[in-house]
Write a protein that binds this ligand. Structure first.
Ligand SMILES: *Cc1c(COP(=O)(O)O)cnc(C)c1O
Length: 434
């Protein structure tokens, strides 16, 4: 008699809580039978899952290795040192902090370390791809610091110069006008390489510090397919769960001169006890990201994004910035169907088993809740072994779903095709359900 797998390497022990076990099993089923195209998601290794689900969750370890506030941290210190050493080696960084519970916390700590309350920060506009922590009115960041925003250039009809890329003239102008103390590079919805060098030059020209938020491309940087901001930016923050394929969390690397300020900003500035189970899982992921297979994976993520972009463009969807150089494909649905909103597209794609998120496009006429765009990402499906042929098939399925969105029978038949496609690429073949 087989029972559904729970998604935990420690599945047998979860029989003690059948309610939670069955919810985890339902989520394994969802992750295994639908297409995960959310650009900020990935599938960790089972080793990362195992470390996350370990006894290290029991330990209080406020402070840092060798400087803890509680006893019993001999092993924990080794775990955190291992994670820090592996991270420093991965990016060639002088200092690493692996304690941020999330990318947002990493950014808050960087601001705290580099700024005084009220200081001016120049960061990317949210509706052009920036993150909530880059000064959204809804975020604490905008209440503590004074944010000024740069955006992308206007779209053009020229296929060789499609526009919608970061406008460095505007960054330089705003820097001269507002004299920010900090310039932030990084985005949550932008399909191009973000070169750290022009930001560094502009920051130097106005005597500003430079923070590179690598939340999305961290894995592509580790894999050597995007330029590294380490050693260029003063501080680099990132998440460990997006392209880097580790556990959900954040991390910071910086030059030694900022080490004390960054560490103090995370603890006691922002957080209490670190999640040492997650830190162990980060250590596992950092070692995985240092292997040659990860460089091949990163290159494949980008190749798959290019294939997916070509196939959705063939369906009549306009690509924001005309294409992609990373793991993301930003779709403007207005060219496909002027009536179709991002919200409606996301909902019908969900019913077809194609999981993605609606997204604003630059200068979107619709609200951030409705939107005119979709954001797709290839980091997770590439982990399962899918390649350009599958991406072409997914683009076609996406086009069909959107065209036939009013026909529930058609959507159900696409759902069945998606299920069959996913069956060939199980994300967790090692988690036996017996
Ligand atoms: C995802 C993201 C973050 C925050 O990550 P969380 O772990 O969700 O807090 C920060 N900055 C950018 C640019 C991101 O895309």
């Amino acid at each position: 008699m087989s029972s559904p797998m729970s998604g935990s390497p420690f599945d047998p022990w979860l029989t003690a809580d059948p309610e939670v076990r069955s919810l985890l099993a339902a989520e394994v089923d969802r992750q295994s039978t639908t297409l995960q195209l959310i650009a900020s998601e990935n599938f960790t290794s089972t080793a990362v899952l195992a470390a996350t689900g370990s006894v290290l969750t029991n330990k209080y370890a406020e402070g840092y290795p060798g400087r803890r506030y509680y006893g019993g941290n001999q092993v924990i210190d080794e775990v955190e040192d291992l994670a820090r050493d592996r991270l420093k080696a991965l990016f060639g960084a002088e200092h690493a902090n692996v304690q941020p519970h999330a990318g947002s916390n990493a950014n808050l700590a960087a601001y705290q370390a580099l700024l005084q309350p009220g200081d001016t920060v120049l960061a990317m506009r949210l509706d052009h791809g920036g993150h909530l922590t880059h000064g959204s009115p809804a975020s604490i960041t905008s209440k503590v610091w004074n944010f000024v925003s740069y955006g992308v250039s206007a779209a053009t009809d020229d296929p060789d110069k499609p526009g919608e890329i970061i406008d460095f003239d505007q960054v330089a102008d705003l820097a001269r006008t507002h004299r920010p103390k900090l310039i932030v590079a990084g985005s949550t919805a932008y399909s191009r390489i973000i070169d750290p060098l022009p930001f560094r030059e502009i920051a130097d020209s106005v005597d500003a510090k430079f923070l590179y938020d690598a939340a999305h491309p961290a894995g592509l940087i580790a894999g050597g397919v995007h330029p590294s901001p380490v050693g260029v930016a003063d501080v680099v923050t990132f998440t460990t769960h997006k392209t880097l394929r580790g556990p959900r969390g954040g991390a910071i690397v910086c030059a030694s001169e900022y080490a004390k300020a960054i560490d103090g900003a995370i603890f006691p500035g922002l957080q209490g006890g670190p999640l040492e189970n997650v830190i162990a899982a980060k250590a596992v992921a950092f070692a995985e990201a240092a292997r040659p297979e990860f460089a091949a994976y990163s290159a494949q993520v980008v190749a798959n994004a290019k294939a997916l972009a070509a196939s959705v463009a063939a369906e009549g969807v306009r690509l924001v910035s005309g294409g992609t150089e990373n793991h993301q494909v930003l779709c403007d649905l207005r060219s496909f169907d002027a009536e179709l909103t991002g919200k409606e597209a996301q909902e019908v794609l969900d019913r077809a088993g194609i999981t993605c998120n609606r997204n604003t496009i630059p200068d979107d006429p619709r609200s951030p809740f409705i939107t005119s765009g979709l954001r797709l990402g290839t980091a997770a499906l590439t982990t399962t072994g899918m390649g350009p042929a599958e991406m072409a098939r997914i683009g076609a399925l996406l086009g069909r779903t959107l065209r036939e969105r009013a026909d529930e029978a058609a959507v159900a038949s696409i759902r069945a095709e998606v299920r069959e496609l996913c069956a060939g690429f199980p994300p967790y073949p090692d988690l036996a359900g017996a």
